[in-house]
Ligand binder design. Structure first.
Ligand code: COI
Length: 347
């Protein structure tokens, strides 16, 4: 792998106390090209604009997918990844669904580990601080023939991160627009899944929400996910989450929380959740918590939600399950407590 280091780091121009998620990038990036059926030219170079044909199929047909991962620094300045093989496996799953070539596992980890070692100073210690890692693949071939491309680029860029949302989050249960349909690409981290949410989300933002809870596209009766996060509902003494499917992303934070919750003796039910069940629980006072989970948001308490013309506020809870699960997850991610699951990998 070729390596070209930046002449002088940009790190001193960054205000780490006031980071906007995904707006600032570390000094270097990893790139690799797919040409003539082979992945070639792996290299790490200074973070910079790239040059691609305006006819690149990604711009016309959206042939692209990505991952979201984080690197954490502990108090000894050691750097840790959290379940990185899960991210690798998922980008392969997404690539296959989008007719893109599989990026080799060895090269993925060689590129990622080298990049993290080079940009380790961008990872600040302390709970809440991390380096958000964005691996992605897109069709770079300059031809607008509407078939899968013959040429691709795989890249990894990294952004120092603190919290994703700075304020309380309320969500709207959506029943007109859909995120994903049966047989579609909802389970993949396809770039277009996110673009398609921007317009309905902007309407929800105008109504005072930050995100949408998507419901199934055929009946709009069942809860799916929230687009940048999977969802958990604490109703009475149970923690409910929808099963993953071809329209729901198989979240790595989601499955980690399910495991941690079960091991803490919480009664977790992974089953279809009806919107009506949620509304009934909110009306009768048995809906105690809602929270989202995802790499970017970690565990995000949701303070209220809306459905049709009704708005529901959730009461503040002492010792919330969201905070208990988040503390345990963070403890493992930042190497503060034992990792009984072998989820963390030292760089
Ligand atoms: C992540 O949590 O990594 C995601 O992919 C959500 C993102 C669109 C910010």
């Amino acid at each position: 792998m070729k390596i070209k280091k930046i002449d002088s780091s940009n790190i001193n121009s960054v205000d780490f106390e006031n980071l906007n998620f995904g707006a600032v990038f570390s000094d270097h990036m990893f790139t690799c090209d797919y040409v003539d059926g082979k992945w070639i030219n792996p290299e790490i170079i200074p973070y910079q604009p790239i040059s691609v044909s305006p006819a690149s199929r990604v711009f016309h047909y959206g042939q692209a997918c990505f991952e979201g991962m984080k690197a954490f620094k502990d108090d000894n300045n050691d750097v840790w990844l959290f379940r990185p093989t899960e991210n690798y496996n998922r980008i392969i799953k997404s690539s296959v669904r989008l007719a893109m070539p599989k990026f080799p596992e060895e090269l993925f980890f060689e590129g990622l580990n080298t990049l993290l070692k080079m940009d380790a100073q961008w990872i600040k210690p302390g709970i809440g601080n991390s380096l958000y890692i964005r691996p992605f693949i897109f069709a770079s071939e300059g031809s607008i023939n509407a078939t899968e491309a013959c040429e691709y680029k795989f890249m990894i860029i990294c952004a120092p991160a603190s919290s994703y949302y700075s304020d309380d989050v309320k969500v709207k249960i959506e029943k007109s627009f859909s995120r994903a349909a049966k047989g579609g690409v909802g389970y993949a981290k396809a770039a277009g899944n996110y673009a398609a949410q921007f317009y309905p989300t902007s309407l929800a933002i105008d109504e005072g929400y930050q995100q949408i809870i998507w419901t199934d596209s055929s009946t709009h009766q069942y809860i799916e996910e929230a687009g940048t996060m999977n969802l958990f509902f604490r109703i009475e003494d149970k923690l409910l989450t929808a099963p993953t499917s071809d329209s729901i992303l198989d979240g790595i934070t989601r499955k980690s929380l399910i495991q941690i919750a079960k091991d803490k003796g919480i009664d977790v039910e992974v089953r279809p959740i009806k919107v009506d069940e949620l509304i009934d629980a909110a009306n009768s006072g048995t809906l105690i918590e809602i929270f989202g989970s995802g790499t970017a948001v970690v565990v995000l308490p949701i303070v209220g939600f809306g459905f049709e013309n009704k708005k529901f506020d959730l009461p503040k809870v002492e010792n919330s399950w969201a905070s208990i699960l988040k503390n345990e997850l963070n403890g493992i991610q930042y190497n503060l407590i034992d990792d009984p699951y072998n989820w963390t990998v030292k760089i």
